[in-house]
Design a protein around this ligand. Sequence first.
Ligand code: ATP
Ligand code: MG
Ligand code: FE
Length: 348
Amino acid sequence: MIVLGVESSCDETGVGVVEFDPQPDGSPGSLTLLADEVASSVDEHARFGGVVPEVASRAHLEAIVPTMQRARETAGIDRPDAVAVTIGPGLAGALLVGVAAAKAYALAWDVPLYAVNHLGGHVAVDTLEHGPMPECVALLVSGGHTHLLHVTDLGHPIVELGTTVDDAAGEAFDKVARLLGLGFPGGPALDRAAADGDPTAIAFPRGMTGPRDARYDFSFSGLKTAVARHVEKARREGSTVSVPDIAASFQEAVADVLTLKAIRACTDLGVETLVLGGGATANSRIRSLAGERAAAAGVTLRIPRPRLCTDNGAMIASLGAHVIAAGASPSPLTVASDPGMSVQISQI
Ligand code: ATP
Ligand code: MG
Ligand code: FE
């Protein structure tokens, strides 16, 4: 069976095509990637220092048909057996474009439509790379999201263990990078700058790690403010500001808290697999520290290749495969996008 996935929740227009063979146990068996076409408007947002929703919506509108065309050509298909689409969470105007397109194509091709949750897609995409997934804890870190999830079965609702109470982890990277004059998106630039710095140079705060704090929630705005204060103070006192040291110390603080809580969740729940997803998992320190701590805790770490960690259509097709194999009913063509969709809902 071939499922085509459409993604347009933020600044990537993605169309992916996945082939699978539904198993009697309700799983999709092994997934084969036939196409993964992505058009990103990230460059158009650079001069604004962040994603501008209206600009993203317009870019989706221009990119959706050519991206669809390329995906079908790459996959060598005229039409799929089903269409899956991100229905939320995400930017309202951006979601509308993908949802409207997916409905139109599903109607024209006379195939069922499956409206799925973007966050579940970030987890499901790992099965494309590493095969069937056992019960796991998933840590999703991107420009818009920071979630710690408990996933028993991808075809069914996911339980959210914790999330950020303020900024997303990727957003904190972008804001701190901006403060340090490193440009947008700042995550990759900050990662590079940190390579030459000392991660122990400045003891930045680890948000929400106190004994009274929620076990699985995150907070990054205090850290961001601490970096700003550090820079202001150094400038006021006329001392030198070492961008590499600040970058490395900030990055260490983020990686420390994320991996501490992710491994804590695995230990608390007795879960032996940790999956990372989202664009910020490209971060070298998040990856290395997650690897070290997972090994020490006897947890198997799964991280899809970077291309699959950022937003794409293949992740939506992958989740579609899990949902279809689990026997879900198709969504009505009247289904509406849901910008504030909860992760608890895997499919409508
Ligand atoms: P969404 O939040 O809807 O998943 P997004 O576009 O905000 O979408 P992604 O495209 O998945 O997120 O990832 C982009 C984010 O990842 C940006 O915030 C970027 O700075 C961050 N990022 C990318 N590479 C790195 C890196 N090496 N280190 C830290 N952050 C990174
Ligand atoms: Mg993006
Ligand atoms: Fe995403």
